[in-house]
Design a protein around this ligand. Structure first.
Ligand SMILES: [Zn+2]
Length: 274
C-alpha cells in the first residue's frame, strides 16, 4: 500500500479498517490501517495537532505522519527527509499505542469528536483571520506582490514563519524582516491595535454572513492536494490546506484576534467560540 486513505477532510470521526503494518515508535507501537478518520500531525507544516481517540479500543497516544522510502524503510515525523507528498515515497498515518495489535486485525477507529470540533473551529478561524489581516495590511505594500484569493496582497503567505492551531484558536507568527521589505512591505506606522480592530470588524461581518466552508478533496490519499474554500460575500476564498474545518462561518460564534509587534515579529492570537 502506497498511502493511507483518509476520511477526516470530509469531517469523519469514525471508521473501521484493517491493520496493514506495525512499526516500532521507540518503546511504543505505530499502527497503520488502510483507511482512517485520524488527522496526523503534518511533518512539513505542523499547524493542526494530531487527533485524539482510540484504535481497536486502545488510546491513541499520538498520531504522526510516516513516510516509506523507495527502499522500503518507514520514517516518522521530523525524521522524514523529504517534503510532504514527495513522489516515490509512500505516505502513512501512524497511530501510536502503548499496547501492540496484530497486523491483519480489523479495528474500529474513533476520533475524540469534541476535541476535533474545537480544532476545526480554530483552523477555520485561523484562515479567516489570515485573510482579514491581508486586507487590513494592504496599504503597507509599496510594490505589487502575489495576491490572495480575494485579490489582496498576500501578507500571510509572504511573511508567515509558523502557524499553530489550538482548540478554538490559533497563533500565527510573521517575520517583518529585510526579505519582506525587499518584497515591498513597509512596517512604517503599523499600529497593531488599530490593525486588530480592522481585522475584528471584518471577521464579525464574515461570521454574520454565515458563509459555507468546505474542503475540496481531489483524492482519498493522505497527501492529496486539498483546498479550503469559503464562499464569502466578497468572493470565493481558497487556501491550500491539509486540516479540518467547520462547515459554516456562523458555526464559529465570533472570531477575535489580538496582535503584538515585537522587534520585527508580528504575532496574531486568534480565538473563536463554537
Ligand atoms: Zn489550513
Amino acid at each position: 500500500m502506497n498511502s493511507t486513505l483518509v476520511t477526516f477532510p470530509g469531517g469523519r470521526t469514525r471508521g473501521r479498517s484493517t491493520i496493514v503494518e506495525a512499526v516500532p515508535v521507540g518503546e511504543r507501537h505505530g499502527l497503520v490501517v488502510s483507511e482512517t478518520p485520524f488527522h496526523p500531525l503534518d511533518h512539513t507544516w505542523p499547524d493542526q495537532p494530531a487527533d485524539r481517540g482510540t484504535i481497536g479500543g486502545l488510546p491513541v497516544a499520538d498520531c504522526v505522519t510516516g513516510a516509506r522510502s523507495p527502499e522500503g524503510e518507514i520514517l516518522l515525523g521530523a525524521g522524514i527527509p523529504v517534503r510532504r507528498g514527495d513522489e516515490g515515497w509512500g505516505w502513512l498515518v501512524v497511530h501510536v499505542t502503548d499496547t501492540p495489535l496484530p497486523v491483519g486485525a480489523e479495528v474500529d477507529l474513533e476520533v475524540d469528536a469534541a476535541y476535533r470540533a474545537a480544532l476545526s473551529a480554530g483552523h477555520t478561524a485561523c484562515h479567516l483571520a489570515a485573510l482579514a489581516l491581508n486586507a487590513a495590511l494592504a496599504g503597507h505594500w509599496r510594490k505589487e506582490t502575489r495576491p490572495d484569493s480575494l485579490g489582496r496582497p498576500d501578507f500571510d503567505q509572504a511573511a508567515i514563519t509558523s502557524s499553530r492551531i489550538t482548540p478554538h484558536g490559533s497563533v500565527d507568527v510573521y517575520r517583518l524582516g529585510k526579505s519582506l521589505r525587499k518584497k515591498g512591505f513597509t512596517a512604517d506606522g503599523l499600529d497593531p491595535e488599530k490593525v486588530a480592530l480592522e481585522v475584528n470588524d471584518r471577521l464579525a461581518a464574515w461570521v454574520a454572513a454565515d458563509a459555507p466552508v468546505r474542503v475540496e478533496v481531489p483524492g482519498p490519499e493522505l497527501t492529496a492536494r486539498r483546498t479550503w474554500h469559503c464562499s464569502l460575500p466578497e468572493g470565493e476564498a481558497t487556501i491550500p490546506c491539509g486540516g479540518t474545518h467547520v462547515s459554516r462561518t456562523g458555526d464559529l460564534a465570533g472570531v477575535r484576534v489580538t496582535l503584538t509587534l515585537d522587534d520585527a515579529t508580528l504575532t496574531m492570537h486568534t480565538e473563536c467560540g463554537g
